[in-house]
Ligand binder design. Structure first.
Ligand code: GRG
Length: 304
């Protein structure tokens, strides 16, 4: 059988990601201006514009374009994904959560601006993400925008990211954590926002229900593989990096795929997830889905 994406070899994924990151960074810069009260808008911009791979906005734009939508139409939604991702990182780094000093190679938000401002900068980014989608999306029927807001709200709240984080905290130090719980944590904490990025991009682009369902499956496989790879990188990079964020999870007693499955089986599992993700895309034109195929491989092969 033909390998999915075989016809798409000419596609340059690195250039694609670079081009999307430039467009997203400039849209984020415009969306969150430095204005009164600067104390909080500076802190918002500090984390939002501190780099990051921009995987979620890229997935969102790629899904929208795959089903025939335009980048400019989906840009507010793509930016909202990065705003929510950033706010979750700001809150995750706080002393009451993971208590990290560094993020994306620079001091964490609360180290630079204080805990009070960091908390509020996160809150403001969360609220603004929804405002931005509702106010700044144009050129598509309002029902699509409402559906996006509803999908994203669910992916972020007590049935989504927050649920994943809470179960993660509850499982800390528990030696009896099962693979099932670990999967619950990652599907909610990580895969949920990746899935919402893809699904919301597809909704804005006018996808059919079948396309949305297929893309949702693709992104859940990608999201889970993202986290399995993260756990593997924690082990394989930890000898050089112990003490930094990468090794930290090994010091706190935390369930990971390598701990529960062993390193080799974890690698096999990640490869299987990536394969299943790419298989979902068979219903699409292989040339048009090159960016999503590339993103699945990129996540599987990433080194950070
Ligand atoms: C969402 C309301 C709300 C509250 C936050 C703290 C919290 C609840 C959730 C934690 C979410 C969290 C930190 C998930 C891990 C996400 C993850 C895989 C981060 C790494 O993503 P990359 O590699 O990072 O895409 P860059 O820096 O490249 O963007």
């Amino acid at each position: 059988a033909r390998e999915v994406g075989q016809d798409a070899k000419a596609f340059n994924f690195k250039d694609y990601m670079k081009e999307k990151a430039i467009a997203v960074n400039s849209a984020l810069d415009l969306a969150v201006p430095l204005q009164y009260p600067e104390k909080v808008t500076e802190a918002m911009r500090y984390s939002l514009l501190a780099g990051g791979k921009r995987v979620r906005p890229a997935l969102c734009i790629a899904a929208c374009e795959l089903v025939g939508g335009k980048q400019e139409t989906v840009m507010p939604t793509a930016c909202a994904m990065e705003m929510i991702h950033t706010m979750s990182l700001i809150h995750d780094d706080l002393p009451c959560m993971d208590n990290d000093d560094l993020r994306r190679g620079v001091p964490t938000n609360h180290k630079k601006y204080g805990e009070d401002t960091a908390l509020l900068a996160g809150d403001a980014l969360l609220a603004f993400a929804f405002e931005h989608i509702a106010r700044d999306t144009s050129g598509v029927p309002a029902e699509r925008v409402v559906r996006v807001i509803s999908h994203l709200g669910k992916a972020v709240g007590a049935e989504g990211l927050v649920a994943g984080q809470v179960v993660d905290i509850m499982s800390e130090g528990d030696p009896t954590v099962t693979l099932e719980t670990l999967e619950y944590i990652h599907l909610h904490k990580t895969a949920g926002l990746l899935e919402s990025s893809v699904v919301c991009g597809a909704i804005i682009g006018g996808a059919s229900e079948e396309e949305i369902e297929t893309l949702s499956k693709y992104s859940r496989y990608v999201g889970l593989s993202f986290q399995v790879i993260d756990d593997i990188l924690d082990v394989t990079q930890s000898s050089e990096e112990l003490g930094k964020t990468a090794g930290k999870d090994l010091l706190v007693d935390k369930a990971t795929y390598p701990k529960l499955l062993g390193l080799e089986k974890s690698k096999e599992f990640a490869a299987e997830l990536t394969h299943k993700a790419k298989e979902q895309l068979r219903i699409f034109d292989p040339v048009k889905c090159a960016p999503l195929l590339g993103l699945a491989d990129y996540i599987a092969n990433r080194q950070n």
